[in-house]
Design a protein. Structure first.
Length: 243
């Protein structure tokens, strides 16, 4: 973890201001479906902000806009990188978006997408290698995380495509947590996990907080949400404005 992340607790890392999103149904005569509107909230270093609300309220759409998988129709999604430097993802170029993902924002999705025949250990280690770590260092760190998430060592050399859903999710979590991105997005990381591994993830989230990482996530498990959330943003109020 960088000294900057540790020494600047509470620093604004991510801000959404008046963000809106619609989907156009081209196969339904161009019908425009509003998703969310006027989305505004902040995420500071060392806190975990959780998106709350029922299924279909727009939680995943907000998270995907914050990673650039969905484009926002309007507003600003600004990542604050320290020293007064920031970038608005809504107006960023594709090159700027890729650089933002490389250096600033990590993402734990619900689904693991990997290259076939690559071992679980190397899948987890890859983001750290991309940040300049040696192969030995990256694989050691990957092994520590997989062990912490109770994935048997006999599976580490196998491709995750052969794993169960819960095993794949643990690989996914380890891959997302291995780097020290200042911002981390979490899309239901505990959805496929048993109680033991949910506790492990909760502990990992708490460690990221102490290190000054800003997190924005979706957690459908009430117990997990209660333990990790510093703030719950009710997404239904944004969906109502969009209607």
């Amino acid at each position: 973890m960088t000294d900057a992340a540790i020494s600047e607790p509470g620093l604004l890392r991510l801000s959404l201001h008046d963000v809106s999103k619609t989907f156009t149904m081209h196969l339904r005569g161009g019908v425009v479906l509003p998703v969310v509107g006027d989305v505004s909230f902040d995420v500071h270093a060392g806190e975990c902000v959780v998106l709350g609300g029922p299924s279909g309220a727009g939680k995943s759409s907000i998270l995907k806009m914050a990673y650039g998988n969905y484009g926002a129709d309007s507003g600003a999604i600004r990542f604050h990188r320290g020293g007064g430097d920031s970038i608005d993802l809504v107006t960023a170029t594709p090159r700027e978006t890729l650089e933002l993902r490389r250096a600033t924002v990590g993402y734990v999705s619900q689904f693991l997408r990997t290259v076939p025949r690559v071992s679980a250990l190397d899948v987890v280690a890859e983001p750290l290698l991309a940040h300049g770590a040696s192969r030995g260092e990256a694989r050691t760190r990957a092994g520590m995380l997989l062990a912490r998430l109770n994935l048997p060592e006999r599976l580490w050399s196998l491709p995750p495509a052969t794993f169960s859903g819960g095993e794949q999710q643990r690989v996914n979590i380890a891959r997302g947590f291995i780097t020290d991105h200042p911002v981390l997005l979490l899309d239901e990381p505990t959805a496929s996990l048993d109680a033991t591994n949910r506790k492990a993830v909760i502990a990992m989230v708490e460690e990221k907080k102490r290190a000054g990482i800003a997190m924005l996530g979706i957690f459908h498990d009430d117990d997990v949400r209660a333990q990790v959330a510093d703030c719950i943003v009710d997404v239904t109020r944004f969906a109502a404005r969009a209607a």
